[in-house]
Ligand binder design. Structure first.
Ligand SMILES: Nc1ncnc2c1ncn2[C@@H]1O[C@H](COP(=O)(O)OP(=O)(O)OP(=O)(O)O)[C@@H](O)[C@H]1O
Ligand SMILES: [Mg+2]
Length: 224
């Protein structure tokens, strides 16, 4: 089964009198253990595509099926549960909770509803932070970390609940090459060790070699 199927998705924004077409008849299928890289210039619709795939935005036209569920028909309440249970997000602007430590920023995912005990959640949070090269930062607040460190905490948080679909906006832009590669390797191993799919937006051509497939987007139009 496909992890994600976009069919003729169109998304327009209104800005004053103008209508901006951010996505135009986007059709895309991502397999259930596939890593897809999405590459395109600024303003081409990458974040819009991720937001629609993760149920943060609804399409103006077309259907969005995630793990067999047609989320384009979902109510706001259903979308909230869907996001909590099925998707891991890493946003372009990292949004950690400022008054929680790195470990707590991962463990908070558990508090939104998970079968994992507090003890298991703590162990998983520490394992992920260790794999992300942050074992010395578990007790630090976001304000005490660098931009790249904060971004890695956000990646750990997205992987915390073993989501079926991981959506990552620019994972490596704030990281140097070596760290960027380590982070990509972790994402690959997390995704490949279970039925997880990932869509990763990147400007960095070097990162596309970690993906199974690369799709480009220009002015809201996808091309293989
Ligand atoms: N809330 C909004 N209201 C109006 N226009 C928007 C809104 N969000 C995005 N847009 C416009 O839609 C288009 C696609 O935006 P999007 O954020 O998806 O691009 P992007 O590919 O992620 O760009 P970047 O690489 O700079 O992050 C752009 O023209 C942008 O200006
Ligand atoms: Mg963007």
């Amino acid at each position: 089964m496909a992890a994600l199927e976009l069919s003729s998705v169109r998304k327009t924004y209104t800005s004053g009198d103008a209508e901006i077409v951010a996505l135009d008849h986007a059709t895309l299928e991502v397999g259930d253990d596939e890593i897809l890289a999405l590459v395109g210039p600024s303003g081409s619709g990458k974040t819009t595509l991720l937001s629609i795939s993760g149920g943060l935005l609804t399409p103006s036209e077309g259907t969005v099926v995630v793990g067999g569920q047609d989320i384009s028909t979902y109510s706001a309440k259903q979308l909230t549960a869907f996001r909590r249970d099925s998707v891991g997000f890493v946003f372009q602007a990292v949004n950690l909770v400022p008054f929680l430590t790195a470990r707590e920023n991962l463990m908070i995912v558990n508090d939104f509803g998970s079968s994992r005990s507090h003890k298991d959640a703590k162990a998983r949070a520490e394992k992920l932070l260790d794999e992300l090269g942050l074992s010395h930062r578990v007790d630090n607040l976001p304000g005490q970390m660098s931009g790249g460190e904060r971004q890695r905490v956000a990646i750990g948080r997205a992987l915390m609940n073993e989501p079926a679909l991981v959506l990552i906006d620019e994972p490596t832009s704030a990281l140097d090459t070596k760290l960027g590669e380590q982070v990509m390797e972790l994402i690959v191993s997390e995704v490949k060790s279970r039925d997880t799919a990932a869509v990763i937006v990147t400007h960095d051509q070097r990162m596309t070699r970690y993906a199974d497939r690369t799709v480009t987007i220009t002015d809201g139009v996808l091309a293989a």
